[in-house]
Design a protein around this ligand. Structure first.
Ligand code: UDP
Ligand code: MG
Length: 316
């Protein structure tokens, strides 16, 4: 029987285990009756510190399993670890906190199965009305930067919640980026993709693992690993300030030497020093970001470590 896999990472989601079990059981029945697929469930425990594993283990059956990572590696890497374990002809990635509505899962599968030309159906979070204007502007700048003159386009607000065929999954698995920016990788990999809009359900228990700082850090990593544009902008700013410096300096020299005007120094000196100092530090920081990403690749550590694979009926 052909196989359909779902991958769901969790970090301290003990409250969701029971609902997740019910969700997966329902999906298994529906997928079997509609498409004749067996369901394989690959949960990834991304270093939970509570008893999430025990909770989820109660709901394992068939070829379902939990990949327990040796510590928290972050959702991006946890998803990779899960994908690497799947054997399905199709794979769907969902959040274990069940903010992804069941109906949207079915809709995605329908779309993908219904169109043989498609390889991937992904979802776009439709929260345009709730977004603050600051977040909207930051988003615009981010997507403009990351998509500037690329051969592929990262769609706005497309998430990890998606269904892919085996070819698309294998392509992602071949990308060994250490600092993974999934949104970018999905677009980079290509394939025929279709996006559908959805509204995430509210979180029923626990809390989001994303802080504002965490999101900013992820965005910086995304830009740094997909675009050299920030470096180019800094170079251009450097050249322009250099040119302005030459013009201004010449002006001063001519004023004092030729016309004998006593040029007052302090304010101009101070502003030049602080502006240039600021640019210099910003550029150093930016370079540092690129070097940090490079270091991770050079060290070539394994992406993740598995502590244990839990299968139904295991004793401990
Ligand atoms: N998650 C994870 N590792 C992490 C952070 C989050 O496996 O380091 C899981 C989390 O348990 C949830 C999913 O990723 O199942 C999405 O996280 P969250 O709900 O916090 O994000 P949001 O839905 O708020 O975007
Ligand atoms: Mg969530």
């Amino acid at each position: 029987m052909p196989l359909f896999s779902i991958v769901a990472p969790f970090l301290n989601e003990r409250e969701s285990a029971e609902r997740f079990g019910a969700f997966a059981d329902k999906l298994a029945l529906e997928i079997r009756s509609r498409y004749g697929f067996d369901l394989e469930v690959v949960l990834v425990d991304d270093g939970s510190t509570d008893d999430s594993i025990e909770r989820y283990r109660e709901h394992l059956n068939g070829n379902w399993r939990i990949i327990e990572l040796s510590r928290n590696f972050g959702k991006e890497v946890a998803l990779y670890a899960g994908l690497a374990e799947t054997r399905g002809d199709y794979v769907m990635m969902i959040d274990a906190d069940l903010q992804h509505p069941y109906d949207v899962c079915i809709q995605m599968i329908d779309e993908l199965m219904g169109d043989p030309k498609l390889d991937v159906v992904y979802t776009i979070r439709d929260d345009r009305n709730e977004e603050s204007w600051k977040k909207a502007i930051a988003g615009r700048i981010f997507y403009w930067l990351i998509n500037f003159r690329q051969r592929f386009e990262v769609p706005e607000n497309a998430g990890d919640f998606r269904v892919m065929n085996r070819a698309a999954v294998d392509a992602l698995l071949r990308v060994r980026d250490k600092r993974r920016f999934n949104k970018g990788l999905y677009a980079w990999a290509g394939f025929r993709q279709k996006g559908i809009y959805y509204k995430p359900d509210p979180r029923l228990s626990g809390e989001t693992k994303w802080s504002r700082l965490g999101l900013i850090a992820l965005s910086v990593e995304g830009i740094v690993s997909f675009s050299a544009l920030p470096l180019r902008i800094m170079s251009i700013i450097g050249v322009l300030t250099g040119l302005a410096g030459i013009v201004y300096g010449t002006n001063i020299i001519i004023s004092s030497l030729v016309f004998g005007i006593d040029v007052p120094g302090y304010p101009s000196l101070m502003s030049a020093i602080s502006v240039l100092g600021g640019f210099n530090l910003a550029l150093l920081g930016l370079l540092g970001e690129y070097i940090w990403v490079t270091i991770a690749e050079v060290k070539d550590r394994p992406l993740y470590i598995v502590r244990k694979v839990h299968r139904p009926g295991d004793l401990s």
